[in-house]
Design a protein around this ligand. Structure first.
Ligand code: SF4
Ligand code: SF4
Length: 404
């Protein structure tokens, strides 16, 4: 049954459309690769990867990507994605593979890339292993690095601890200094939990004092099986307040500091496809590649029922055309009555299926953070719109803005 369903492919009418209408199968435009699966050298209390019952690899003995799988991945994906390829490495902790693994990656990219092909690499890390040698590789090949840092020491170390319960803040700060010294492009990924969500000013000033100019806030929403929020999960009201206050703090700095949430909203109001999949019409812009080559449609749904195939046996066009990919992509279009009558629908696009599904495991529910969006959109969309209009007036006629 599993095999039969996996074999069902959708017809392709045209190459790489923007939607699923009329048999058009959107191309896979970026990869999120987990070379160490969910393995990590930290033991963060809030990590959704840890002890996840649905993790298909929980009992697998060896969860590191081999060089053979990496080579196959680079070879096939560069061919499929020509002329633009995006490789983003995440975990678990992707640096556990060691620097040599990534040097080999670059070697494969040089070997299999074609003339005129653009290849970009990104890596998200907890920073524990980052030293000069890593920074040199990142700098030499213009990698974008995401560094996890939840704020000042007492805030960060509330949850981001190792197996002995010791905090990781000091080591992360060393990693940040190394990245800055080598002029590596990086952003800070800050998880919003009960430890920091009520401290928007303290967080913003802390990051600004470090010279961080690119920040991504990630709201925590983990639930017990009965639907009650886990202790570190934030409420929608807390998230809404955090975003509204952060917007006021950030607005005077908006030309110097990027905050992903506001950037993505600005892209949406400008009619450019936003960087965040949460604001897309359907869930199909990227796929996850696990350490053994298995492919899934989203990092929050690495579960057997959503497996799309395996790069060692399936081609990328086959994976892109799996019926399960179509079914997953369209979960986002399920219209909750609240969304149907919502004035923000054209921007919000019904939120993120992960936040819809998380409390009661039901894609038809409203996004858990909907009340937050309804607090923040009325405050920020209009100023962002005016700013976008002002910027567009300065762009020469005929310049490409990558519209949908
Ligand atoms: S479920 Fe959420 S995170 Fe996953 S692809 Fe859809 S919008 Fe993105
Ligand atoms: S703000 Fe809420 S009701 Fe409106 S579209 Fe988004 S999730 Fe739906």
């Amino acid at each position: 049954m599993e095999v039969m369903d996996q074999e069902r492919l959708l017809p392709v009418v045209g190459a790489g459309s923007g939607g699923w209408a009329d048999g058009q199968v959107p191309k896979i435009t970026s990869l999120l690769i987990k070379p160490a699966s969910a393995l990590c050298n930290l033991d963060c209390a809030y990590c959704f990867y840890l002890d996840r019952e649905s993790d298909p690899y929980a009992n697998a003995p060896q969860r590191f990507m081999t060089l053979e799988t990496l080579e196959r991945l680079v070879d096939t994906y560069l061919f499929y994605s020509y002329p633009n390829a995006v490789f983003a490495f995440q975990g678990g902790e992707p640096t556990l593979l060691g620097l040599k693994f990534y040097e080999k990656l670059v070697e494969f990219q040089k070997q299999y890339g074609r003339d005129g092909q653009s290849v970009s690499n990104a890596l998200q890390t907890n920073g524990l292993l980052i030293d000069d040698a890593w920074a040199e590789l990142f700098r030499e090949y213009n990698w974008l690095v995401g560094l996890s840092l939840d704020g000042p020491e007492e805030v960060h170390d509330t949850y981001r601890v190792n197996r002995a319960g010791r905090g990781s803040w000091r080591r992360v700060m060393q990693a940040l200094e190394v990245l800055q010294r080598h002029r590596v492009e990086f952003n800070v990924l800050c998880v919003l939990s009960q430890a920091n969500v009520d401290k928007p000013k303290q967080l913003y000033q802390f990051f600004k004092s470090l010279g961080v100019d690119n920040i991504q806030y990630i709201p925590l929403s983990e639930f017990f099986a009965d639907g009650t929020p886990m202790p570190f999960t934030i409420t929608p009201e807390q998230y809404g307040r955090f975003l509204c206050e952060t917007f006021e703090l950030w607005w005077p700095d908006r030309r110097k500091i990027r905050i992903r949430f506001f950037d993505n909203l600005a892209e949406a109001v400008a009619g450019i496809k936003p960087g965040s999949c949460t604001l897309h019409e359907t869930c199909d812009s990227y796929v996850v590649v696990e350490y053994n080559g298995d492919v899934y449609p989203c990092d929050f749904f690495v579960e057997s029922r959503w497996k799309l195939g395996n790069i060692l046996v399936d081609s990328w066009p086959e994976i892109a055309r799996r019926r399960r990919r179509y079914e997953f992509a369209l979960n986002k279009t399920i219209l909750h009555p609240e969304c149907q009558r919502c004035e923000w629908l054209s921007i919000c696009r019904r939120g993120c299926p992960k936040f819809r599904h998380a409390p009661r495991r039901n894609f038809e529910d409203l996004d858990y953070f909907c009340p937050a969006y309804k607090m923040v959109y009325p405050r920020v969309v209009e100023p962002l719109k005016k700013e976008v209009e002002r910027l567009l007036r300065t762009i020469p006629a005929g310049a490409c803005l990558n519209p949908y």
